[in-house]
Design a protein around this ligand. Sequence first.
Ligand code: ADP
Ligand code: MG
Length: 277
Amino acid sequence: VLEAPVVLRVRDLEKSFQGLHAVDKVSFDLHEGEIISIIGPNGSGKSTTINLISGFIAPDSGIIDIDGNPVAGLSAAEVSDRGLARTFQNGRVFAGLSVDENIGLGYHKKLRAQRPFSSLQRFPLLRWLPLLSETGVALVPGPAARRERREVDERVGREIDRFRERLESRRNDLAYTLSYANRRRTEIARAHISEPKLLLLDEPTAGMNQSETAEVLQQLQYLKSQGHTILLVEHKIDLVIALSDRVLAMDGGRIIAQGDPDEVRNDPQVVEAYLGK
Ligand code: ADP
Ligand code: MG
């Protein structure tokens, strides 16, 4: 994969919070079809790195390029329009929408990116309201919206069949009634269905038991076999070793080791960083 084109290029990325260097001169390349995992003790800057790349917070300095185009400083919505999808450490879904609707948003988003004059984009003001901007396609009546709605329903059905059969019986349930594991499944499905160029997953198995973790591993292996490009933050080292082409270890905002998963796991500095906490 190292000969494959670079999808994500990060150079000297920096972010401080009140003088604390949360991310300190982080640099790496992620190639097409590659899975890189970031490991490191709590507070080492992993989530901040993801938040910077996805536009949820702005860097103090540094370069972030997606497919060669600079995205540092763009909003999360703009970065998402350039083909990035992400999930959150604590699993974020729209609580008042059903499982189907939550997953469907991901596909509406993809269609919107493909069709510049889809029903939503003719109403740019809707984009100001985050929830409406995600559901707005359905709010604008007309044949185009109905067609899009049918297309999305059909695609969500296939996503759930193929990828999240555990959600089958919950499709019409509102997200706030879901178990934690089902919330996270919904979130990953919503990201996947948007067919992102680049997928960022922040601790997708945090708080999951062994069998739930094994199931997520299987799902991620499926994504890997499909050639997805993934930046994964993960604590469970077995999962990291099973999935990753390369591993970055962070401590105190810096990358302290990188390379082959086994190599990084046994690196004395990495062992020390974990033991020291
Ligand atoms: P990790 O995901 O590796 O556990 P984080 O990236 O969440 O670590 O945090 C890195 C450091 O930055 C921590 O010391 C954390 O307290 C701090 N931090 C993260 N986000 C903020 C914020 N919004 N405001 C202030 N400090 C923050
Ligand atoms: Mg984190």
